[in-house]
Design a protein around this ligand. Structure first.
Ligand SMILES: Nc1ncnc2c1ncn2[C@@H]1O[C@H](COP(=O)(O)OP(=O)(O)OP(=O)(O)O)[C@@H](O)[C@H]1O
Ligand SMILES: [Mg+2]
Length: 496
């Protein structure tokens, strides 16, 4: 008998002739959390897709409990007890929690109808056994991302998952939600489930993982018990060099005020938002997911305008009622959900970066190609974009590299006011440092940056000042010197 429930040996994988996994090995024990670590494009998601039967390997073998197997499709791997939860969640928005858990396998009565009583009872039992509290009749569309993940996990365990793979499950969660998820993961591990966990947040890996396997450029680097590896060594194995400064914030004297927001309100969403943003400044906006930060950003960008209050740009009161207007006034907004709102997957990197406007925001005829491409190439280079070449289709890029394309696109528009919503979500440590350096450089050149971030180290490391929002209102305002992790958490969670 093998120690391992699942073992991959010498897996290689090619996409149209280009090898992206070169003889990678990975082994998973029951009752362990095994982290998979590597830069954007290192091959983590591809390896996961080999484990789940989405991709067929071009070389190498897979063993399940010591026996050689092949997974021709996801069904085959699921029957072997393997379930993956991807970042793009796959619930049916109009079905409720219980229906989603049993989708396709609803218990039926003797007459062949869905046996609703049994369905709700079993769903309730399952959630109880997982220690998850959810309203069984709530529609999936109104669940938070964290709750949707819980439903997906419940669904996996309703079919007896023995191997659970989580590809960046925490990137859109709040601190509390992450801790709930970790509680659940630990509990499943203690019951013997084998868990593969991907995250770019090293502190999470140290908190949760037992072992870590590192990939670099599609090559296997090493597998180690994580407690025995120092953070710097982990980074070096992953990026092939040391990174000395994760938050390379330059000290820039703030210039004149470019944006002044007074009592901005959108009924029922946020109210009385007032702040100023100056040239050369990075203003951090902290708070829990759902506190209304993105809504404020969308109002400033004219997507869903405010209902009252005022906005001044360079001392002139303006009404921003559409993104085109916002862009004309020098405002750019990089949305948090970049896969959905910022990227045109079938188009090339060049096309994606050089289109100055998001497709959905553009009115017909408005989009025209920029004349100078040099700034777009420059932005891509600064982002350390990993691609075959600039004509590769965006959808073929790894998740993190897709993010970089969208960031690069907006930077190429050279805005006066740049609003970044979770700028480094899903981006690996090495590139994170590069994005931070770039933000700092842009600020030093006079750009005014509003940075929404749920990652406290990023907020503390990059902001000149920090605003904290909770339930649609600003609850605190700190200078760089005053701001601490504790103060921000307190202001994010205290009741008003
Ligand atoms: N369908 C595809 N066609 C062509 N190339 C692909 C395809 N899927 C992935 N690749 C390439 O394979 C490599 C590995 O991508 P993968 O998504 O596995 O990276 P990753 O480690 O998950 O990165 P990230 O941290 O950004 O999610 C990348 O160079 C990517 O461009
Ligand atoms: Mg990935």
């Amino acid at each position: 008998m093998s120690d391992y429930i699942l073992e991959l040996r010498n897996i290689s994988k090619r996409f149209s002739g280009v090898e992206v996994l070169h003889g990678v090995s990975f082994s998973l024990r029951p009752g362990e959390v095994h982290a998979l670590l590597g830069e954007n494009g290192a091959g983590k998601s591809t390896l996961v897709k080999v484990m789940t039967g989405i991709h067929q390997p071009d070389g190498g073998e897979i063993y399940l409990n010591g026996e050689r197997v092949t997974f021709d499709d996801t069904l085959a791997s699921r029957q072997a007890g393997i379930t993956a939860i991807y970042q793009e969640l796959s619930l049916f928005p109009d079905l409720d929690v219980a229906e989603n858990i049993f989708i396709g396998r609803q218990p039926t009565t003797r007459a062949g109808r869905i046996d609703w009583k049994t369905l709700y009872r079993e769903a309730g039992r399952l959630l109880d056994s997982l220690g998850v509290q959810l309203d069984l009749k709530q529609k999936a569309r109104s669940l938070s991302i964290a709750q949707q993940q819980m439903v997906e996990i419940a669904r996996a365990f309703s079919v007896n998952a023995r191997i659970l793979i989580m590809d960046e499950p925490t990137s859109a969660l709040t601190l509390n939600e992450v801790s709930d998820l970790f509680k659940l993961v630990r509990r499943l591990r203690d019951e013997g489930t084998a868990i593969t966990f991907i995250s770019h947040r090293l502190e999470e890996l140290y908190e949760l993982a037992d072992r870590v396997t590192i990939l670099r450029d599609g090559y296997y680097v090493d597998t180690r018990p994580i407690q025995g590896v120092e953070r710097d060594e982990l980074i070096r194995m992953m990026v092939g060099r040391t990174i000395s400064n994760l938050f390379p914030k330059q000290d820039v004297p703030a210039g004149e005020t470019v944006l002044k927001v007074k009592n901005l309100t959108r009924s029922g969403v946020f109210r009385n938002i007032s702040f100023e943003l100056r040239k050369g400044e990075i203003l951090g906006m902290a708070g829990l997911v759902g506190a209304g930060r993105t809504d404020v950003a969308r109002a400033l960008f004219g997507v869903e305008p405010a209902t009252s209050g005022s906005i001044e740009i360079e001392d002139r009161e303006v009404k921003i009622t559409s993104p085109e207007q916002a862009i004309r006034m020098g405002v750019a907004y990089v949305p948090e959900d970049r896969q959905a709102h910022g990227l045109i997957p079938p188009m090339s990197i060049v096309a994606n970066i050089s289109l100055p406007l998001l497709k959905e925001y553009a009115t017909a005829g408005w989009v025209k190609e920029r004349d100078e491409r040099s700034s777009t190439y420059e932005a891509a280079r600064q982002m350390e974009l990993r691609a075959k070449n600039m004509w590769q289709k965006a959808r073929e890029l790894s998740g993190g590299n897709q993010q970089k394309v969208v960031l690069a696109k907006w930077l190429a528009t050279q805005p006066r006011i740049l609003i970044l919503d979770e700028p480094t979500r899903g981006i690996d440590v090495g590139t994170k440092a590069a994005v931070h350096a770039l933000m700092s450089k842009l600020a030093a050149e006079g750009m005014a940056i509003l940075m929404i971030s749920s990652e406290l180290p990023e907020v503390l490391g990059m902001s000149d000042r920090v605003l904290v929002m909770r339930e649609g209102q600003i609850t605190a305002h700190f200078t760089r010197q005053e701001a601490t992790q504790e103060k921000i958490i307190q202001a994010s969670t205290q009741s008003i």
